[in-house]
Design a protein around this ligand. Sequence first.
Ligand code: ZN
Length: 81
Amino acid sequence: MNWNNIRRQVKKDFERLGVTRCEKCEAAYPLGFAHRYKRRFIKTAEEMKTVALLCNPCHEKIEFSGHENMFDAITEIIEAR
Ligand SMILES: [Zn+2]
């Protein structure tokens, strides 16, 4: 399972959905995909595709809030779409 390949697909999916800005604060850049778990702990392609598009400051804030909060925060963003 290769994140770079999955990332390419996810990027297309997000563009199709019209998600091109930070899903928390609407910033246009710098953006990245945020997972619910640390990437090294992700074992399935499904989980690998379960991401939110976040700007770097929002991504960092969520990461530093702890693993459990990270899971909940990303899940919340995805469910609110
Ligand atoms: Zn943001």
